[in-house]
Design a protein around this ligand. Structure first.
Ligand SMILES: [Zn+2]
Length: 262
């Protein structure tokens, strides 16, 4: 694995370390095949004293090794990760951070509004997506509920979640790797989804700003976030489309991705 420029949208999900900007690298992380999604991007911000990761990846077989191999290209190990800044609580963004913390005590931060959802996810014996499926059935979407639950029956995922070390209370500023990130609230995808904006470097770490761009875009040029923060939730989806990375072959495949994973 070597560092390459982040200019190949066709291969955006291929394992590697992609240079986004000075000191900023994109690391595509694996997702379960059943998710029908190609990858989720983790961003490494390199500083003298270690590495800060924006999002972590899904705690699954092979993910930790992928992260370790990618960080090795940057001359670091998983133990050099100084902090996780997580955009939202979903499994593909949050749970590998929990796994890493169990070994290295790496602190995790996520938006304060995710507290209820995280506490629910941590309830032992709670079946993954059961509540969402029940809601779908209540509203007459039984077939979709069956699709959502396919392969999930009887799976207790509570062990993958724990509470973070610190709650983000956006808008707030965070000093990272010689830069200042502003955490801005972008509720919608989850109750307390946040994005991280580096205004100086013109970078926006957008997480999952909208279903249409799901996992296809995590970075857009930050000319798009000049409007007041309060307007960002309305602003982000359009900008995310503008920077979309092709993730799947056609519109039908894209539509399928919207019903999966979350
Ligand atoms: Zn998500």
């Amino acid at each position: 694995m070597i560092i390459v420029a982040d200019d190949s949208p066709e291969d955006w999900s291929a394992p590697g370390v992609y240079r986004v900007a000075p000191g900023v690298y994109r690391i595509p992380m694996p997702l379960p095949e059943a998710s029908r999604l190609l990858a989720v991007n983790v961003y490494a911000l390199v500083e003298d004293t270690g590495i800060v990761l924006v999002d972590s990846g899904w705690a699954m077989q092979g993910a930790r090794d992928r992260l370790a191999a990618s960080l090795a290209v940057l001359g670091a190990g998983i133990g050099d990760v100084r902090r996780f800044l997580v955009t939202h609580q979903h499994r593909d963004h949050y749970t590998l951070a929990v796994e890493v913390r169990r070994e290295f005590r790496t602190p995790i931060s996520v938006g304060i509004g995710e507290k209820d959802g995280l506490e629910l996810a941590m309830v032992a014996g709670r079946l993954h997506l059961a509540a969402q499926a029940a809601g779908l059935r209540r509203h007459g979407a039984g077939e979709l509920a069956d699709t959502v639950l396919a392969g999930q029956a009887g799976v207790d995922t509570s062990r993958f979640w724990e509470l973070p070390d610190a709650w983000l209370r956006p808008p707030e500023h965070i000093a990272v790797a010689g830069r200042t990130l502003q955490a801005l609230p972008t509720p919608g995808h989850t109750r307390a989804h946040v994005v991280f904006v580096d205004g100086d470097a013109q970078l926006l770490f957008a997480g999952d700003p909208c279903a249409a761009a799901h996992h296809t875009v995590d970075r857009v040029r930050a000319r798009c976030v000049r409007p007041p923060p309060a307007r960002l939730p309305r602003f982000a989806p359009a900008r995310a489309r503008a920077a979309r990375r092709p993730a799947v072959a056609g519109a039908r495949a894209r539509a399928r991705t919207r019903t999966s994973a979350h």
